[in-house]
Design a protein around this ligand. Sequence first.
Ligand SMILES: [Zn+2]
Length: 74
Amino acid sequence: MICCDEMQRAMDYGMMIKTEKYKVRDGRVINDIETEYFIRSGDESGVFNYIGVNFCPFCGKPISRGLWFAEKKK
Ligand SMILES: [Zn+2]
């Protein structure tokens, strides 16, 4: 599910990635939250840093699996 056009655009440009954490092969995930959405940032070495996000940075909708699970447990 893509929550908004801004998110779609960020994904088109490869800045926002939807993947599983264990499938990240070209870099590392620098935080530890239960999500499949990551902001990707490169550095000079060509290794990407990924940071997981719970909410869309554009429209603020909850997008992560972790939040859905948390919601269900309530
Ligand atoms: Zn959004």
